[in-house]
Structures are given as structure tokens and as C-alpha cells.
Design a protein around this ligand. Structure first.
Ligand code: ADP
Length: 262
């Protein structure tokens, strides 16, 4: 009986070991297929603007350059394609930095009100082009102090506000408002634009996911904006939420650690 119980114990060990190995293999396979899918997505994303640029350059070389007006128009369009390529490569660079194991957050206290105002100022022209006004839900008298990596949170706020301009209603508004609890500040970016159907909402934060492929590409985004946002917020151990009603507008919000008042 001592031997049979030894054999039982041993076979349980072997079974456990086999299960662990199987799990590791599944993980590796998942990572590998994820990597392959990501590379496929990247090359697809790069191909579209590259072909556009090539198309305009070939047309120019074929004689379009002889007409000064058309030549200028095509050069401008080719440049738009290059700008898109730069945007994609920049975002890819950012994603790979965010995913690297040694991502360091430089957390410090800052006034989120001031940070949002800075982003409003930078994006004012872009918003104006679509007739969109950027503002707070009310006049805030006191600073709203939070703790986080200022540069990265600025990226989050920028991406959310850029989206609210791209997908917002023409001549509409983007509103930023804040809710506070004892320990957290909730930052909300609200637009009254096209909104997002329920069935698409869960996938918005995936890389390269777009509700409307061609429309979003026309807007010049890389398809990585919201996945970057999610990464940064999760690295802070905070949360991000989306609420949206199709045809009415969207609200993207995230939490930040509130600086304790002394
Ligand atoms: P991009 O805007 O470059 O396509 P994002 O990751 O920033 O990529 O957004 C993913 C998709 O989510 C967009 O293509 C768009 O379909 C949808 N989306 C994002 N923000 C909004 C918004 N404020 N209103 C409506 N749709 C949005």
C-alpha cells in the first residue's frame, strides 16, 4: 500500500506538471497569435496611406505637375498621407514604450483643471475648424489637485478631447466636468456627437478597433488612441469608463487619485 500511495502521489505530481506545461503552451500560443495579428494590423494600417502617397506621387510624375494648381493640390494630399504615417508611427512608438516592462510613472501632485485648460488651448484651432467649443461644465474656483504622471495624463486628456472633436457634432460642444469622492477625482469628457452603439462599446479600447473604418481613417487617427488611454490609466491602477447613446453623444471618464487635503 505504501508503494501504491507513492505511485498515486507521483502520478498526481506528473498530472499537475502536465497541466502547468499545457497552460504555458496555451499562453505562448495566444501570445504568438496576438503578435501575428498585431503585425498584420500594423502593416495593413501603414499600407493604406503609403499607397495613397505613392498614387499621388506617380500621378504628379505622370504630368500632373505641369498644371501648377493641380500639382499643388496633389502634393498637399501626398503630404496628408505622410502626416498619417507619422501619426501611426508615433502612436506605435508610444504603445511599445507603454508595454515595455520598465514603464516608469513619474507621479506627482498637479492641478488637473490647469492641465485640461492647457489641452483646450492647444486644441482650440482644431475644434474651431469643426465649429466645436471646448469648455468646463462650470467655473471652477479652486484647483483640483490629483496625483499622477502629468505627461501621460496629458496624453489621455488630449486623446479623449481629440476624439470628441473628431466624432463630435459639427458646431457642437465638448464639455469637461469633475466629480469627487473622498479619495478619487472622476474626469469626464462629454460630447454631443454621433455616439456609439452599445454593441461596439466593449471593443473601443482594442488596438486598431474602429466603429467605422473608413470614416475614422478619414479623420486621420491611428486607431490606437483609446488603447493608449486605457494603458496609461491602468498603469496608474485607475479605471476608465464609456457611456454613450447612438446619435446623442458620448462620455468618456477616468479616475485619478485625489491629493489628500491637509
Ligand atoms: P481613432 O480615432 O484613431 O480611430 P481611437 O482608438 O481613438 O482611434 O478610437 C477608436 C474608435 O472609437 C474610433 O474609430 C471611433 O469609431 C470610436 N470613438 C472614439 N471616441 C469617440 C467619440 N467621442 N464619439 C464617437 N465615437 C468615438
Amino acid at each position: 500500500t505504501a508503494i501504491t500511495s507513492d505511485i498515486d502521489a507521483l502520478s498526481r505530481e506528473v498530472q499537475k506538471f502536465a497541466e502547468i506545461k499545457q497552460k504555458q503552451i496555451t499562453n505562448l500560443n495566444m501570445r504568438e497569435s496576438y503578435r501575428r495579428e498585431f503585425l498584420g494590423n500594423v502593416s495593413h494600417e501603414l499600407k493604406t496611406p503609403l499607397f495613397t502617397v505613392q498614387g499621388y506621387l506617380l500621378t504628379l510624375a505622370d504630368g500632373a505637375m505641369n498644371d501648377k494648381r493641380i500639382g499643388k493640390k496633389y502634393l498637399k494630399r501626398a503630404n496628408k498621407g505622410v502626416e498619417r504615417l507619422i501619426a501611426i508611427v508615433k502612436d506605435l512608438d508610444l504603445i511599445s514604450k507603454l508595454e515595455s516592462a520598465d514603464l516608469t510613472l513619474y507621479k506627482q501632485p498637479f492641478n488637473i483643471l490647469e492641465l485640461v485648460q492647457g489641452v483646450f488651448d492647444l486644441l482650440e484651432m482644431k475644434a474651431k475648424k469643426r465649429g466645436i467649443s471646448l469648455h468646463f461644465n462650470k467655473h471652477y474656483i479652486y484647483p483640483i489637485m490629483v496625483i499622477g504622471d502629468v505627461e501621460k495624463i496629458e496624453q489621455v486628456v488630449t486623446n479623449l478631447i481629440v476624439n470628441s472633436i473628431k466624432y463630435g457634432k459639427k458646431d457642437g460642444t465638448t464639455m469637461v466636468s469633475f466629480d469627487k469622492t473622498d479619495t478619487k477625482v472622476l474626469v469626464k469628457v462629454i460630447d454631443n456627437g454621433e455616439g456609439i452603439k452599445k454593441e461596439y462599446q466593449a471593443r473601443l479600447f482594442e488596438r486598431f478597433y474602429r466603429v467605422d473604418q473608413s470614416r475614422s481613417r478619414d479623420q486621420g487617427g491611428s486607431g490606437l488612441g483609446l488603447s493608449i488611454v486605457k494603458h496609461i490609466i491602468e498603469a496608474h491602477n485607475e479605471q476608465i469608463f464609456v457611456k454613450s447613446e447612438f446619435g446623442k453623444g458620448s462620455e468618456f471618464s477616468f479616475t485619478l487619485e485625489k491629493l489628500k487635503e491637509i
